[in-house]
Design a protein around this ligand. Structure first.
Ligand SMILES: NC(=O)c1ccc[n+]([C@@H]2O[C@H](COP(=O)([O-])OP(=O)(O)OC[C@H]3O[C@@H](n4cnc5c(N)ncnc54)[C@H](OP(=O)(O)O)[C@@H]3O)[C@@H](O)[C@H]2O)c1
Length: 282
């Protein structure tokens, strides 16, 4: 791990804290010259919590030089202190922010498009335009923006890997899920189109589709801070998945030999046979 420290020029003072990237103007001269040591450079979006943070830890343990990207720098800095990842603020809904992240990189072998989420559980009859727009922006356009920006580096690596963290919500609709279903179906479609477009190029395109995963924030964000409602989602479910389970799957797909493309991995807890069929012990 010590060797990584020397190769990474951190773009920000690590004692600085912020909850918004706008407070971190990125000086162009501070290019992160991550070299092709170990397994290469892996960029993980949505790295400040849940599946993204667990993936940063896991890929760092696998020998990747990990760039951890999200909006909340204070959380990324805590993760950096633990894993030696490089924290970079990014808002995937903002093209300029994505461009600034791209400018910091001189190579990239793995991109994990994990930033995303659900906002609300309203039926379509009461759908909120803004919630739907935000879900499309972060899950679909965010994945597109990051992929478009880093694709040349991924191709140039000679063995690039893109992992899009979609959802089982991209495979089955459910009441109240309309906006999130539409976004995740969209992200899944984007993933499939990308794999077709890159056929013949040295880049694997992988879709990891988790079912119910108990992460600290996903449902709290969905229910706008209502912790009680969020807790009810996982209540009584034995052996609910946690972020490390999905990070384990992502790391496994990424570390297969270069000729092995895991197109789609659907991962649910044993207690969730389908989106609408969840066993609960009360
Ligand atoms: N938990 C589940 O049950 C579940 C199931 C299936 C799929 N998924 C998918 O898995 C992914 C991770 O979910 P999770 O459970 O780990 O949720 P989470 O804990 O809420 O994490 C979401 C992450 O995305 C980041 N993010 C949100 N908006 C962003 C933006 N505009 N730009 C950059 N980063 C942004 C957040 O960080 P900042 O706020 O700091 O930016 C956070 O790190 C999501 O795509 C989610 O849809 C989750």
């Amino acid at each position: 791990m010590g060797r990584h420290r020397q190769r990474i020029q951190r773009p920000y003072p690590t004692d600085q804290t912020s909850d918004h990237p706008a407070r971190f103007p990125i000086p162009a001269r501070n290019l992160i010259s991550l070299g092709r040591v170990g397994a290469g450079v892996a960029v993980v979006t949505g790295a400040s919590s849940g599946i993204g943070a667990a993936t940063v830890r896991r890929l760092a343990a696998e020998g990747f030089e990990v760039v951890a990207a999200a909006r909340r720098m204070d959380r990324l800095q805590a993760l950096a202190a633990e894993t030696e990842c490089t924290p970079v603020p990014v808002d995937v809904t903002d093209q300029a922010s994505v461009d600034a992240l791209r400018e910091l990189l001189s190579s990239c072998r793995v991109l994990v498009n994990n930033a995303g989420g659900a906002f609300g559980l309203a039926p379509i009859a009461e759908a909120d335009d803004d919630d739907w727009r935000r879900m499309y922006d972060v899950n679909v356009l965010g994945t597109m923006r990051m992929t478009r920006a880093l694709l040349p580096l991924l191709i140039d690596s000679g063995d690039g890997v893109i992992v899009n963290v979609t959802s089982t919500a991209a495979h089955a609709a459910y009441e109240g899920g309309g906006g999130y279903n539409a976004a995740k179906y969209g992200e899944r479609a984007l993933t499939e189109a990308l794999r077709l477009e890159l056929c013949g190029q040295p880049v694997r395109v992988i879709d990891v589709a988790p079912g119910m995963v108990k992460t600290e924030e996903f449902s709290v964000v969905r229910f706008d801070g209502d912790q009680e409602r969020a807790d009810a989602v996982y209540a009584g479910v034995p052996g609910v998945l946690v972020a490390d389970d999905i990070a384990d799957c992502i790391a496994w797909t990424v570390t297969r030999p270069a000729h092995v493309n895991i197109d789609l991995m659907v991962v649910r807890p044993r207690a969730q046979a389908a989106q609408h069929k969840v066993h609960r012990e009360r």
